[in-house]
Design a protein around this ligand. Structure first.
Ligand SMILES: Cc1cc2nc3c(=O)[nH]c(=O)nc-3n(C[C@H](O)[C@H](O)[C@H](O)COP(=O)(O)OP(=O)(O)OC[C@H]3O[C@@H](n4cnc5c(N)ncnc54)[C@H](O)[C@@H]3O)c2cc1C
Length: 364
C-alpha cells in the first residue's frame, strides 16, 4: 500500500488523459501512454496476484484489493495490459507449455506486450460454442480463417488469444482449440469499431488463411473450451472487482453531493453507498459462495450504471461546477457502463446460469 501511494504520487497519468480513462484518445497519445504503462509495470503494481516465480507480487485477494483501492482513489487510467495480466497470463500459467510461458509471460509482466482476446464472432457471443473460425492443419502448423468481433485492443495488440474450430461444428465445444496469434501475421486485418463513447477500443478482426506454427496451440487439440471457461471465469471475477473502483468513484461523487446536496441525489447516494458496501462484502466472503463471481459481476455492472446516472445528473445541472476532467470522465463512464452488463458474459445469461446451477431451479 505504501509503495502504491508513493508510485501514484510520483507518476501522474499521461498528459491530457482524463481520470480513470480506458484508452488513448488517438494514435499520437499512444506512445506516452505506453511509456507510463511500462513504468507502472516496472513498479510491480500491475501484477499483484501473479506468483513470484513469474515476477508477480504474490498477494492474496484481500491484499491485492487494498492496493487496488489506492490505485482507484488516484483515478489511474487503465494500463492497456489488462487482457494480458488478468486473462492470458493466468491461462498460460495453467495450460501453456514451458516454451510458451518463457516466451510470453515476461513481456506481459513487463507491460511490453499488449494482448487481445479473440473469442466472440458475429454469430457466436453468448453461444460461444457455435464459433465458426477454423484452424486446419497446414505443414507443421495451422491455417486459420474466419472473423472475430468486439476484440478489445486488437488495433494496438501485439498478440491475440484465439479460439478456433479444429473439429466439426457438430462437435460444438469439444471441437474448439486455443491459439496464440501474432497480430502482425500475414492475412490479419483489423478494423476498429467506434463505440457510443466516441472511442474505438474494440475491433473486427478478419483472419484470411493465417499461418500459425506448431508452437501456437495452447493446451492440446480440442482443449480450447476448458481453457476458455477458466479464462472467462477469471474475466467475470475481474469485472466484479471493479466494484472497488466504483466505491472510489462513489466517494468522490458523495463528497460533491455533501457540498451542494439535492435531497433526491443525497438519498440516492446513500442507497448506492449501501449497495456497493454489500457487494464489496460479498466479494470479501471466503470461501466465495457458488456463483459468487457471477453475482458480483451482475451487481457491479448494474450499480455502475446507477452511479454514473447519478453523476451525470449532477454534472448536467448548470448550478454545479465540476472540474473538466471529471465531467468528461463521468459522461464517458455513463456511456460505457452498459458494456459491463454484456462483456464477460451477458447478465441475462449469467442469471440463467445462477438459476440453473446455483439455485437449481427447474428449466422452464
Ligand atoms: C465492451 C465490450 C468489450 C468486449 N471485448 C471483447 C473482447 O476483447 N474479446 C471478445 O472475444 N469479446 C469481447 N466482447 C464480446 C462479448 O463477450 C459479447 O458481446 C458477449 O458474449 C455477448 O455476445 P453478443 O454480443 O454476441 O450478444 P448475443 O449473444 O447475441 O446476445 C444478445 C442479447 O441476447 C441475450 N441472450 C443471448 N442468449 C440468451 C439466453 N440463452 N438467455 C437469455 N438471454 C440471452 C443476451 O443477454 C443479450 O442481451 C466485448 C463486449 C463488450 C460489450
Amino acid at each position: 500500500v505504501e509503495r502504491a501511494l508513493s508510485w501514484v504520487e510520483a507518476n501522474p497519468p499521461p498528459v491530457g488523459v482524463p481520470p480513470g480513462a480506458r484508452t488513448p484518445p488517438d494514435a499520437a497519445a499512444y506512445p506516452e501512454w505506453k511509456d507510463w504503462c511500462e513504468r507502472f509495470h516496472a513498479s510491480g503494481l500491475a501484477t499483484l496476484q501473479w506468483p513470484a516465480q513469474w515476477g508477480g507480487a504474490g498477494l492474496d485477494a484481500d491484499e491485492a484489493a487494498e492496493v487496488t483501492e489506492v490505485l482507484a482513489a488516484a483515478a489511474m487510467p487503465l494500463s492497456l495490459s489488462d487482457v494480458g495480466i488478468n486473462l492470458v497470463g493466468p491461462a498460460l500459467m495453467a495450460f501453456g507449455t514451458s516454451e510458451q510461458q518463457q516466451r510470453h509471460l515476461p513481456p506481459i509482466r513487463n507491460g511490453t506486450a499488449c494482448w487481445a482476446q479473440l473469442f466472440s464472432e458475429p454469430e457466436a457471443g453468448s453461444d460461444l460454442a457455435s464459433l465458426r473460425t477454423t484452424a486446419v492443419p497446414a505443414g507443421d502448423g495451422w491455417e486459420v480463417t474466419g472473423q472475430k468481433v468486439w476484440s478489445t485492443y486488437a488495433h494496438i495488440a501485439d498478440w491475440g488469444f484465439l479460439l478456433a474450430r479444429t473439429g466439426t461444428r457438430a462437435e460444438r465445444h469439444r471441437g474448439i482449440s486455443a491459439f496464440l496469434v501474432p497480430m502482425d501475421a500475414l492475412g490479419i486485418t483489423v478494423r476498429p469499431l467506434r463505440e457510443i463513447t466516441g472511442d474505438a477500443d474494440f475491433n473486427e478482426v478478419f483472419l484470411d488463411s493465417v499461418y500459425l506454427d506448431s508452437q501456437a496451440l495452447v493446451g492440446g487439440v480440442g482443449s480450447g473450451w476448458r481453457v476458455a471457461m477458466d479464462l472467462l471465469a477469471v474475466e467475470r471475477q475481474v469485472t466484479g472487482r471493479n466494484i472497488i473502483s466504483l466505491r472510489a468513484e462513489m466517494d468522490r461523487l458523495a463528497a460533491l453531493l455533501t457540498v451542494e446536496p439535492t435531497e433526491d441525489l443525497a438519498l440516492l447516494a446513500g442507497e448506492l453507498c449501501a449497495d456497493i458496501s454489500a457487494v464489496l462484502a460479498l466479494g470479501e466472503t471466503t470461501p466465495q459462495p457458488d456463483g459468487g463471481a457471477a453475482m458480483t459481476k451482475i451487481a457491479f455492472s448494474e450499480l455502475n450504471i446507477a452511479v454514473h446516472q447519478a453523476a451525470l445528473d449532477y454534472v448536467r445541472d448548470p448550478a454545479h461546477e465540476v472540474a473538466e476532467g471529471w465531467a468528461r470522465r463521468w459522461k464517458d463512464s455513463y456511456l460505457y457502463a452498459r458494456a459491463y452488463t454484456i462483456s464477460g458474459g451477458a447478465n441475462e445469461v449469467l442469471r440463467n446460469v445462477l438459476a440453473k446451477r446455483v439455485l437449481r431451479l427447474p428449466a422452464s
